[in-house]
Design a protein around this ligand. Structure first.
Ligand SMILES: Nc1ncnc2c1ncn2[C@@H]1O[C@H](COP(=O)(O)OP(=O)(O)O)[C@@H](O)[C@H]1O
Ligand SMILES: Nc1ccn([C@H]2C[C@H](O)[C@@H](COP(=O)(O)OP(=O)(O)O)O2)c(=O)n1
Length: 228
């Protein structure tokens, strides 16, 4: 019998602060899979729009520019990278300005079409499979994924986690901004944040990150065992 492990595609979706990035990176590293942070791609294209003076409040202007930036994602879970036109933007895409504008840019259908194509080609060429995290991976980007996980957590827990990353952050203001962004992401017309019908929902409110990672690793191993 060969000890080659079959390729597996895992989709992890959910609102902000539920633990998607931390969980996906750890699961991918543990199982030898690639890792793709799709939020970073939407942030990168938003950063480019701001840097190039495109009015992000004007969907037609954003749509016109959608094809211009070249976005490249590195998929090593222990060292994920993101560049726009060859420039490392891993720091600049996390600013407050990008965070406050990313929902408007990512609601534009031409932006979603471009980024979705990119995501599908990255997933199709991952040598041993991939963990892809975002908002619409299970519903739209990879509807045939082998395993779909939808992470949730209370707004209070999510705000406390996010605020904990920034020194002196106000938890109430963080909660308000996060709930506002989730509402925008969930109500847009094109591929909104949503749980796929066949996704497994995991409420992480009272779980440690380690427990969530172990839970998802178990799901992947069960899936692999069932298809062997
Ligand atoms: N289950 C958990 N318990 C406590 N903190 C967590 C948990 N999951 C993630 N975190 C922390 O919360 C923050 C946000 O997690 P992240 O993975 O970036 O979420 P998302 O990608 O869903 O926005 C990080 O600082 C992370 O370490
Ligand atoms: N698959 C995806 C991933 C992210 N987005 C959009 C909507 C999100 O508010 C932004 C930023 O996503 P990101 O995962 O970086 O957000 P947080 O880590 O939760 O702050 O991108 C999307 O529309 N579709």
């Amino acid at each position: 019998m060969s000890d080659t492990v079959e390729s597996v595609i895992v989709a992890i979706d959910g609102p902000s602060g539920t633990g998607k990035s931390s969980t996906s990176k750890a699961v991918a590293a543990k199982l030898g899979l690639s890792y793709l942070d799709t939020g970073a791609q939407y942030r990168a294209i938003t950063w480019w729009m701001i840097d190039n003076g495109v009015d992000v409040g004007d969907p037609a202007a954003v749509a016109d520019a959608a094809g211009k930036p070249v976005i490249v994602s590195g998929t090593d879970p222990s060292h994920p990278t993101i560049t726009v036109d060859g420039v490392d933007v891993s720091g600049p895409i996390r600013t407050q300005e990008v965070t406050s504008k990313v929902s408007a840019v990512s609601a534009v259908p031409e932006i979603r079409a471009r980024i979705t194509d990119l995501q599908r080609s990255i997933a199709a060429t991952a040598p041993h499979g991939i963990v892809v995290e975002g908002r619409d991976i299970g519903t739209t980007v990879l509807p045939d994924a082998d395993l779909k996980i939808f992470l949730t957590a209370s707004p209070e827990a999510r705000a406390a986690r996010r605020a904990g990353e920034i020194k002196g952050a106000d938890v109430a203001a963080t909660r308000e901004a996060l709930v506002r962004r989730d509402a925008a992401d969930s109500s847009r017309k094109t591929s909104p944040l949503a749980k796929a019908d066949d996704a497994v929902e995991v409420d992480t409110t009272d779980l440690t990150l380690q427990q969530v990672i172990e839970c998802v690793v178990t799901f992947v191993e069960e899936k692999r065992a069932a298809t062997r």
